[in-house]
Design a protein. Structure first.
Length: 491
């Protein structure tokens, strides 16, 4: 009974015992940790066209042994993971009969793809997609982590001015329809966008909303996607051009919900702008304190230690003068709830084309909730880097390639309040592989971001994606007899 219950809850966040439960159940009754038995994630519609290739990666690490992840024992049996079209009844594109990883080139006729896993393949399931395009309107590297179904998503980035087009992708991989509200915030406050309210997404389908149709002329956005009925996965894609000159394209990562303290890891180093964008969606103005975390430690940038954000608006400031070209993590502490992202505009030498990448406020990995990079890509002129930040105590992280690529774990130590950049060709020489990112028992939390860079004669290509904490266990409340109802516990 408990295993079936765990399967139905695997796509949800951990459940806590109800504080209002009747009978003898106390509010402090401990919950049993049960290994995830069923998991899923939906990828937005892949971009497939002439000069544009999208590859989708599936990684099923299974229960991680030797650490603290997984809680109770995992479901018996080898498990199964698939990557399949969102439409119900479609045949899988790829299958994994045992924990491991696989990468497949997406086809236009497949539409949005959904990763699903059961049994021992479910804990820690991860999927991602990476697009490389040489087309003018879409030139760039664009990577995203495929999102687990939920009811609430925040994005900070994109715009709807001349030459910029943002799209909101709403994918329903659940068996029931969903009704979704897309709420927008801009530089001048909340935006009235009636076409974003009450969007119906049928089961197994995807709806796309254009930001320039919802709120034309808006320079920058914060996007709040909320499912008032059902569950969906959400994604935001941004592409920019100046006439016939491409300025880059990328996915905007999901940001953590507004809070008094948020961390934006993985802001790339190099030349060009680093636009910190902060939204305070409530009714009160925010005073936000800024700290930057680099390889040498944490510091408050002189002249930018405090910024003000008006209620309901998105503020914007360039961090580049304060980073000295180094990769950084941004720490924000505010007197009102905020969330944030960073738009990177990477520039090459004179005459080369620009590229963009986005960072977002993220949650750290812990020994109980390690993460997985579903795809590491490297080769000639192509490099992948893992940026690791220890926001609290010191962190010790093991990086282990997943099958079919072999290799011993690589241990990385990160001092408290600092950041380390790990070139992933030091972990494996394989051109494509998946990577488990596991904080060691007793390690402090660690923020992880995968960055992919490509050197071309036209200019740099760049994308970065936060590594979210994996789902390895769910908390199931203990069930006890309640004689007043005439029911008794099943175990």
């Amino acid at each position: 009974v408990l295993l079936l219950l765990a399967g139905g809850m695997a796509a949800a966040t951990a459940t806590q015992p109800s504080a209002t439960a009747p009978g003898p159940v106390a509010p402090s009754s401990p919950a049993e940790q049960v290994a995830v038995a069923r998991a899923g994630a939906a990828c937005p519609d892949p971009v497939v066209a002439e000069g544009t290739v999208t590859r989708v990666a599936l990684a099923a690490p299974g229960p991680l042994t030797g650490g603290e992840a997984g809680g109770a024992d995992a479901t018996d049996g080898p498990g199964r993971a698939t990557l399949e079209p969102a439409t119900s009844g479609s045949s899988p594109v790829v299958r994994l009969a045992a924990p491991g990883s696989i990468t497949e080139e997406a086809a236009a006729e497949d539409g949005p793809l959904v990763a699903r896993a059961t049994g021992r393949s479910a804990p820690g399931l991860a999927a991602s997609q990476l697009t490389r395009s040489s087309q003018v309107a879409m030139r760039g590297l664009a990577g995203t982590t495929c999102a687990t179904s939920g009811t609430d998503f925040w994005f900070v980035g994109s715009g709807a001015v001349v030459g910029q087009r943002g799209r909101v992708y709403l994918t329903n991989s659940e068996p029931a329809p969903a009704v979704v509200d897309v709420t927008l915030y801009g530089p001048d406050g909340p935006i009235d966008a009636p076409d974003g309210r009450g969007v119906t997404v049928a089961a197994g389908k995807q709806q796309v909303r254009l930001l320039d149709a919802l709120a034309p002329g808006t320079e920058r956005f914060a996007v709040h996607v909320h499912a008032r009925q059902g569950r969906i996965s959400a994604a935001v894609r941004d592409q920019q051009v100046d006439g016939l000159t491409p300025l880059g394209a990328d996915w905007v990562p999901v940001a953590t919900p507004p809070a008094s303290r948020v961390l934006v890891p993985g802001v790339p180093g190099g030349t060009g702008e680093r636009r910190l964008q902060v939204v305070a969606p409530g009714d009160a103005d925010g005073i936000v304190r800024v700290r930057l975390v680099s390889e040498s430690g944490a510091f408050a940038p002189a002249g930018l230690d405090v910024i003000e954000v008006r209620a309901g608006s998105v503020n914007d400031v360039d961090l580049a003068p304060y980073t000295d070209g180094e990769p950084v993590t941004v720490e924000l502490q505010s007197d009102v709830p905020v969330t944030a992202g960073v738009l990177t505009r990477a520039t090459g030498t004179d005459g080369q084309l620009a590229e963009i990448a986005y960072s977002a406020a993220s949650d750290p990995l812990t020994p109980q909730t390690p993460g997985v990079v579903a795809e590491v890509r490297q080769g000639e002129n192509l490099t992948s880097t893992l940026l690791l930040t220890a926001p609290a105590g010191p962190a010790v992280v093991e990086l282990t390639p997943l099958p079919p690529v072999g290799g011993d774990p690589t241990e990385v130590r990160v001092s408290a309040g600092s950041q380390v950049a790990v070139a992933l060709d030091s972990v494996s020489s394989a051109e494509i592989f998946s990577l488990a990112v596991v904080p060691a028992p007793g390690s402090g939390p660690v923020l992880a971001v995968r960055q992919v860079d490509e050197v071309t004669t036209d200019g740099p290509l760049l994308t970065s994606s936060p590594v979210p904490p994996g789902r390895y266990a769910v908390a199931v409340p203990r069930v006890v007899a309640d004689l007043s109802t005439g029911l008794r516990a099943g175990r």
